[in-house]
Design a protein around this ligand. Structure first.
Ligand code: HEM
Length: 438
């Protein structure tokens, strides 16, 4: 694969991301109360894989809400952990740019930007480029299109739920969450249905940390798989250029702002839509089952009153916060929450922490499906980059629970889940459950 003509400008095996550095060095991160405030570094992926991030962020919110760290691989960065400060950063896109990347790491250099790369997409752009490219794919997730999709989503959800085994333990993540979100993506892209798990694979490896025995073992393997992805989409792109449909590939191939850009350069936008629509919704589907089992009285309330499904969905999106943070980069010296941030410093907006902010959400660690202000959560971001797929994600989750409540007495969690080694994707890789039909 390495001598292929497709060049995606991917770093070699010598390259280590800050997250990788932390993951390698951070095995056995001490408990929050054993660290001085300066020693706390919430980026460590082990905190998430072991589900121990709560206390670390609580200390930051209480003692140092805009917190400084520095790493050899990433340089200077700040963690913004309170709801109000985070919104202020999101709103000020002129002072806090997305163009240098959305996860902690070195700047996106001009060479990287000129090379088609999986990390260059409109989520990592500022206006006007951001606005124009976003506009090209927005119709796919607008209400009129969603209304057309709803019956198909419901039908596929019912098929998946009808096929789950009765009375035996199975993995909810793979059997339901991955299957449903992958089907949905295949529909949005009009992607060959039999190959749909390729979408899941590409999505999974975007943020995978290369390590022996891991999802990918080396940077080179990751690059080769992305090349396969570009080549697959190039074929679809050529087909849709001649015969457009109503899918996202056709929209990019014919959109005013996007049609003249070579397809490999869209790898980022395509992966953005795949990851955006996959990991996040999938992990909320798993989080909803896990969370309602953690708070069984809330599950009882939902069974007794299915009209609570829409607010339950909003509350679960808050409680789960499937994307833990997004990064911005300061374009000038500027103050946030009393701290002096320097031009070029990175700023991590920890949605996961803002969604646990007790100044906004009472008993924030608990699920309350009737929470009156659940919709104040920041899981979808806030400013000009606010998630494009909100309605689609909420619709999928709502349909899933409407259909679960009709068919099952209960979906019961049988053991603790397994979680990915990532401080960016806050999710589940395995969740054992048993289902009892009505
Ligand atoms: C529960 C599910 C989801 C969550 C929690 C979520 C979360 C997010 C977050 C945090 C951002 C960045 C916001 C910011 O920087 O202010 C974002 C952006 C985005 N999301 Fe989602 N997302 C979800 C579902 C989806 C779905 C289903 C799609 C599919 C179309 C999608 C597509 C996108 C896109 C394209 C962007 C980039 C928007 C931009 O830069 O203008 N997301 N999402």
């Amino acid at each position: 694969m390495s001598d292929t003509k497709t060049d995606i400008g991917w770093p070699d095996d010598e390259f280590r991301t800050p997250e990788q550095e932390q993951a390698e060095e951070g095995l056995g991160v001490p408990a929050a109360d054993q660290l001085s405030i300066e020693q706390i570094n919430p980026l460590n992926a082990h905190l998430f894989a072991e589900h121990r991030w709560h206390d670390h962020f609580e200390r930051l919110r209480n003692e140092d809400p805009v917190h400084f760290n520095e790493l050899a691989t990433a340089g200077r960065y700040w963690s913004v952990t309170k709801h109000e400060d985070l919104k202020a950063v999101e709103m000020d896109w002129k002072s806090f740019s997305s163009a240098d990347g959305i996860t902690l790491g070195p700047k996106i250099t001009p060479e990287l930007r000129d090379n088609p790369s999986p990390i260059i997409s409109f989520i990592a752009m500022d206006p006007p480029d951001h606005r124009e490219q976003r506009r090209a794919v927005t119709p796919a997730v607008q209400p009129a299109n969603l209304l057309n999709l709803e019956p198909l989503i419901r039908e596929r959800t019912i098929d998946v739920l009808e096929s789950i085994p009765e009375g035996e333990t199975f993995d909810w993540v793979d059997t339901v969450s991955i299957e449903l979100t992958t089907m949905m993506l295949a529909t949005l892209f009009d992607f060959p249905f039999e190959d749909r798990r390729k979408l899941t694979r590409w999505s999974d490896i975007v943020f995978a940390i290369p390590q022996p025995g891991g999802l990918v073992e080396t940077q080179a393997q990751k690059r080769d798989e992305f090349i396969e992805c570009v080549e697959y989409f190039s074929k679809l792109w050529e087909e849709r250029k001649d015969k457009p449909g109503h899918d996202m590939v056709s929209m990019l191939a014919h959109g005013e702002a996007t049609k003249d850009i070579p397809v490999a350069a869209h790898l980022g936008n395509l992966l953005l839509l795949i990851v955006g629509g996959n990991d996040t919704t999938r992990n909320t589907m798993s989080g909803s089952v896990y969370g309602l089992n953690k708070f069984p009285e809330q599950y009882d309330k939902l069974i007794a009153n299915p009209e609570l499904v829409p607010n339950m969905v909003t509350e679960i999106v808050r409680w789960q916060t499937p994307l833990a943070y997004m990064r911005r980069t300061a374009t000038q010296d500027i103050e946030v929450g009393g701290k002096q941030i320097k031009k070029d410093d990175q700023v991590l907006m920890w949605y996961l922490s803002a969604n646990r902010d007790e100044d906004v959400f009472e008993n924030a660690n608990d699920i309350d499906i009737e929470r009156a202000n659940a919709d104040q959560h920041l899981s979808f971001g806030f400013g000009i980059h606010r998630c494009m797929g909100i309605r689609l994600a909420e619709m999928q989750l709502r349909i899933l629970w409407e259909e679960i409540l009709q068919r099952f007495e209960r979906i019961e969690v049988q053991g603790e889940p397994e979680r990915p080694l990532s401080s960016f994707v806050n999710g589940y890789t395995y969740l054992p459950v048993k289902a009892t039909r009505k």
